[in-house]
Design a protein around this ligand. Sequence first.
Ligand code: SF4
Length: 267
Amino acid sequence: MSTATLTASALTPLNKALEDRSAAEIIRWAHGVFGRRLAVLSAMQKAGCVLCEMVADLGLAREVDVVFVDTGLNFQETLDTVEQIRSRYGLNVVSLQPARTFEQQCKEEGVLYLWKQGQERCCDLRKKEPLKQIIGRYDALLGSLRRDEGSMRADVPVLAIDKAMSMVRVHPLFAMTTEEMEAHIKARGTVVNPLHEQGYPTISCNRCTTPVLPGEPERAGRWRHLAGESEYCAINPTDVRRPNAPEPSVNLESGLVERLLGSVGAV
Ligand code: SF4
């Protein structure tokens, strides 16, 4: 297989063209380019569930898998949401697990999530490493990041390079506001994690997620015990700023790179 290098700057014309497109149009475009080597990455929070529903609504349930990282520490409500996404939308959910159980990990390395560097290692071991099981299986991941979330996501591009995963990240919901997402869920009766109705605006592992008080920022319940030292688990490359890092790039099959870059006129 011959490969070609795809750089972040080569995506600029496509990113510009896709800025004017709806979420459904971006999903359809991505499926046209990547075919069955496109998957959704969802943690079964609100936006991730909306993305799953949109894929199914476009008739792509048998074409586009959903990837879910089961850290072994998810709330039961989150695991129940996975089952509902499977049964309601007919989507194939690929569930990925870490190499060790949490009990084994604690025995061998201590309770990592209790301190900043330990949390980073724990998220690496239980989120980022399991995700690497899909390297080579897909070329692009649809993610649920939205600019309206603010902070590191305030300027998330439609397309980004994921060097560690050798993939392209696609963010069809980049322009969706929280109000628009809520209205969509209400109008469509979208399957969502019931914990959102119990004071959890965002949801991850049960050890590191709490409800938030009225008036607190949405992500205040994430790693609360670290007192603001951690905001993201870094499973999404655009959540991490590396100011002096070289421009990200990936090597992909040359025909795919040609198809991707050549699709700018068809957006
Ligand atoms: S969210 Fe907490 S428990 Fe889950 S992987 Fe990260 S540090 Fe570990």
